[in-house]
Write a new protein. Structure first.
Length: 460
């Protein structure tokens, strides 16, 4: 309800991406967005604001006003699966098959990780994501207290889970639960939490079943890698007679709690009935750039998942494999790869890709009732995108321009909970040069592999 007191923030002159009651994407020109107490109060156009006598309404007073003429307002993007601190390993393991990437480089290096390394990596990652219009991310990693501290300080929104393997013993699972309970609702509600078993090939059935029971008892979701690629599915069938998705169902993860499945490029047709039985409690995160880089033969089967009502959110995975936390790139690649793999240029359309990037991604991280739409009552997670550059002009189809022409560097302003984290490309909550300086000092110790240790074996 409108009040006479000044709003916290008013954005004027933008073109706003909106959803109708059928969740179809549309655009409202010359829109005004009013934000109060971290919530979108209204999104109106001149027609909405003009009284019966035809007198144009005045712009509402506000503590802060942003003139967004020539810009498009979108719901903040969501990175539905990443390992944010792994930006510290960007480029250290290149042009390798998955098994060598894990066993020879990444897992030996990760055995050196300290909480300080994780904190600095998370800080750099959050800076990258804010500059790319990402307002919320789902993180699955170690030393997550440090990540939670960075999220609270920098102003982003996040779904956080402390990862664990069965090789850690019961302590790994207990630590994941303790983290989730302690940080749930932190940072003024911007932090939500999940239990984070690594994957069915590193977490045994007993641990998965115990995780499902804990998730149900405490009302927590589960964020897990599963059927990441077709090799994992084939090896699981050979060794256990079931697919990774079927393991999740028989252990109670799938269908027993809300679950976010990372990647799923190894989901096969026989998995679809189990996924459909868990509809409403299951989502998949897709990070297509990494699949191309690892030369995986398949990608996340968006069309099959769409047909059974499973939302698919967009993701990047960690920058050690993807080299980037750019969700704009994930959106464009998702659309293009789906056209190629289905042999149908009508799937995905630009509007469908935007739906995956907004509402579906919000649902994937369990926040579809709070973010993902520029609608009254939703949290004010908003990005403003400048389309005046030569690479985005002229605009014949705004949705296509956003998906296939715009870049993350076109994001001018990023807002979370009504707080401006970046304005006109200036980061306001993170000192990037200082983070880079500290990371540089720590790199030799972090990258040392002479000890011969690794935190886990990749053997699917």
């Amino acid at each position: 309800m409108m009040t006479d007191s000044p709003a916290d923030l008013v954005i004027t002159g933008c073109t706003a991406l909106v959803h109708d009651d059928q969740e179809r994407i549309g655009f409202e020109e010359n829109a005004t967005i009013v934000v109060r107490d971290g919530v979108i109060e209204s999104v109106t156009t001149p027609t909405d604001r003009t009284p019966a006598d035809g007198t144009p309404a005045e712009v509402p007073s506000a503590a802060r006003h942003i003139d967004a003429r020539g810009q498009v307002a979108l719901p903040g993007l969501v990175n539905c699966h990443t390992h944010a601190p792994m930006v510290t390993l960007r480029g250290v393991a290149e042009d390798l098959p998955t098994e060598e990437w894990f066993n020879d480089v990444v897992w030996p290096v990760e055995s050196n990780l300290t909480a300080k390394d994780v904190e600095l990596g998370a800080r750099l990652a959050c800076a990258e994501m804010i500059r790319g219009g990402v307002t919320c991310f789902a993180d699955h990693y170690f030393s997550m207290d440090a990540v939670a501290s960075v999220v609270e300080e920098c102003g982003m929104r996040a779904l956080l889970g402390e990862a664990y393997f069965s090789s850690q013993g019961p302590q790994g699972r207990e630590k994941s639960l303790e983290f989730a309970l302690r940080h749930r609702g932190a940072a003024d509600g911007r932090i939500t939490t999940a239990l984070a078993p690594h994957a069915p090939y590193t977490v045994d059935d007993t641990d998965l079943a115990a995780t499902a029971e804990l998730a149900g008892a405490h009302g927590l979701p589960v964020h897990i890698h599963a059927a990441e690629n077709r090799d994992q599915t084939d090896v699981s069938l050979d060794r256990h007679g079931v697919t990774p998705i079927e393991i999740l169902e028989r252990t109670g993860i799938l269908g027993g709690t809300d679950v976010l499945i990372a990647h799923g490029t190894g989901i096969v047709e026989s998995d679809l009935p189990a996924l459909e039985r868990a509809r409403g409690r299951t989502a998949v995160a897709s990070a297509p750039r990494g699949y191309l880089k690892f030369a995986w033969p398949t990608t996340t089967p968006l069309r099959a998942l769409h047909d059974i009502g499973i939302p698919v959110g967009l993701a990047t995975d960690g920058a050690a494999s993807n080299n980037s936390l750019d969700v704009w790139e994930s959106m464009a690649l998702t659309a293009l790869i789906q056209k190629s793999t289905t042999g149908d240029p009508r799937w995905l359309t630009a509007r469908q890709a935007l739906h995956h990037a907004t509402l579906q991604s919000a649902r994937a991280v369990g926040l579809g009732d709070r973010i993902g739409s520029l609608a009254p009552g939703h949290r004010a997670d908003i990005v403003l995108v400048d389309l005046t550059g030569p690479h985005t002009q002229p605009v014949h189809d705004l949705a296509a321009t956003l998906v296939h022409s715009a870049r993350s560097s076109d994001v001018r302003t990023t807002i979370v909970d009504g707080r401006v984290l970046m304005h006109d490309r200036e980061l306001l909550t993170i000192d990037v040069p200082e983070v880079v300086r500290e990371l540089g000092e720590r790199m030799p110790a972090l990258l040392d592999r002479s000890h011969g240790r690794r935190i886990q074996d990749y053997d699917t």
